[in-house]
Each structure stands twice: as structure tokens, then as C-alpha cells.
Design a protein around this ligand. Structure first.
Ligand code: PGA
Length: 250
């Protein structure tokens, strides 16, 4: 596998600073950097600094926030701005994760504002898109994913598009043990890439797949050339399990 693969760990609401530091230290001691592999860790906001410090200056790893607010600062109780997460050590952030969209009611417009704030602040947005089961069963997968993509990325410059990472995560596959077949995922990835090109992306935009990825299914998923990596929740929570998983793909 010659393309550069991205392995992103989304810890969701797990691992406070103590556990995050212990994880990062153990992971750092057991996993060697590899030229063809890029690693992202998305800890809870309170653990960004501990994770970034413990990983140190490895060129293959980046730490990101799971969420940001689009304003720079002010009276927004409970929120973290781009400058705040950057100061803690984040180099990027997830945007539009399905749990943000479906549990916390984030809209396409909110997602667009967050992408704007991240790009303006020099951070990498990892934009998550994906359809619900009802949308898939109604045959609306493409339409939903393209709407989410355009809402967040229409009007960006080619340079901004080239800095943005996309994660396709079918909502019905997240945390459920069900995942899209590699060829189903590849079909959506192809459409995403075509849409990005229409929006002005110059390079081959990296598109990750997420949703119940684990050590048993990752090889079949990454065998699809359309998949540039994975965004992993449950199977990223144990340092040895995660080390094994990032070692499998190449
Ligand atoms: P999962 O979560 O791997 O536990 O399905 C993926 C995600 O939500 O990013």
C-alpha cells in the first residue's frame, strides 16, 4: 500500500488528562513513526494539552479537538474557541461529527462557521459527513452527503480545500458494530472526491472512513484505494489495541 494512510482516534467522552497522558506515553514508547502513516488523536478538550505534551514532537502525530466554537472569545459558557484549543496543542478539530449533529443539534450552517474559524486560525478541519439509516434506506445517501459537504465547503479557496480532511461516517455504522462494505464506502468516497474537485480542490483530497472500524475489518476497508485512512472511536480507546490497529494497514 503506497499511499499515505491517516489513522485518527476519536476518544469521544473518554480519557481524562491522567489516562490520556498514560495512553500517549505508552503509545509513543511502542509505536515507531512510519513515513507513510499519519496519526491523529482527538481527546476530550480537557485532555488535549496532556496528550500533546506526552506525544512530544513526533512528526507523524497530531492532536485535535473534538469540537470548537466559531467565535474567538467572549461570554460563551462551556465552549472552546480555535485559539484556546490551539494554545492547548491542537492542530485541528473534528467538525460536524454525527454525534454533534444528531445529539447536540448542530446544523450545516454551524458546521460551516466552525470550518471558517478553523481555517482562519490555521488549524486543520476534519469535516465529518454521513447519512442516517433512514436516509440510506430512502436512497438519499449521495444527496445528504453532498449537501453536508457543499454547506461546509462551498466558496473556500483551493488552498483551504487542500488543507481540509474529510471523514465519511455513515451514522448507522457508528458504535453499532455494523460497517459499510468496503465497496459501498468506496462509492461514496468517489463521489465526495468528485464534489471536492468541483468545489475547487486541486490535490487528491484525503477521505477517511469511520464507523465501527476495528482490527478485524480494517484491512478489507483499506484495500479500497478510495479510502485514505480511518476515523476510529471504540477501537481506539485501548493503547495496545490502537497500536495493533495502526500497525495493520501498512
Ligand atoms: P466507532 O466511532 O468507531 O466507535 O464506530 C467512530 C466515530 O464516531 O468517529
Amino acid at each position: 500500500m503506497s499511499r499515505r494512510l491517516i489513522y485518527a482516534a476519536n476518544w469521544k467522552m473518554h480519557h481524562g488528562p491522567v489516562a490520556a497522558r498514560a495512553f500517549a506515553e505508552r503509545f509513543g514508547a511502542t509505536v515507531e513513526p512510519r513515513e507513510e502513516r499519519e496519526l491523529w488523536f482527538f481527546p476530550p478538550a480537557v485532555s488535549i494539552a496532556a496528550t500533546a505534551e506526552a506525544l512530544g514532537a513526533r512528526s507523524d502525530t497530531s492532536v485535535g479537538a473534538q469540537n470548537v466554537y466559531w467565535e474567538q472569545k467572549g461570554a460563551f459558557t462551556g465552549e472552546s474557541s480555535v485559539p484556546l484549543v490551539a494554545e492547548a496543542g491542537a492542530l485541528g478539530a473534528l467538525v460536524g461529527h454525527s454525534e454533534r449533529r444528531h445529539i447536540f443539534g448542530e446544523t450545516d450552517a454551524d458546521t460551516a462557521r466552525k470550518v471558517t474559524a478553523l481555517l482562519a486560525g490555521g488549524l486543520v478541519p476534519m469535516l465529518c459527513v454521513g447519512e442516517t439509516l433512514a436516509e440510506r434506506e430512502a436512497g438519499d445517501t449521495e444527496q445528504v452527503v453532498m449537501r453536508q459537504l457543499r454547506a461546509a465547503l462551498d466558496g473556500r479557496t483551493p488552498a483551504e480545500l487542500d488543507r481540509t480532511l474529510i471523514a465519511y461516517e455513515p451514522v448507522w455504522a457508528i458504535g453499532t458494530g455494523r460497517n459499510a462494505t468496503p465497496s459501498d464506502a468506496a462509492m461514496v468516497h468517489r463521489s465526495i472526491r468528485a464534489e471536492l474537485a468541483r468545489l475547487g480542490a486541486r490535490g487528491r483530497a484525503p477521505v477517511l472512513y469511520g464507523g465501527s472500524v476495528n482490527a478485524r475489518n480494517i484491512l478489507a476497508l483499506l484495500a479500497e484505494a478510495e479510502l485514505d485512512g480511518v476515523l476510529v472511536g471504540g477501537a481506539s480507546l485501548d493503547p495496545d489495541g490502537w497500536a495493533e490497529l495502526v500497525g495493520l494497514g501498512g
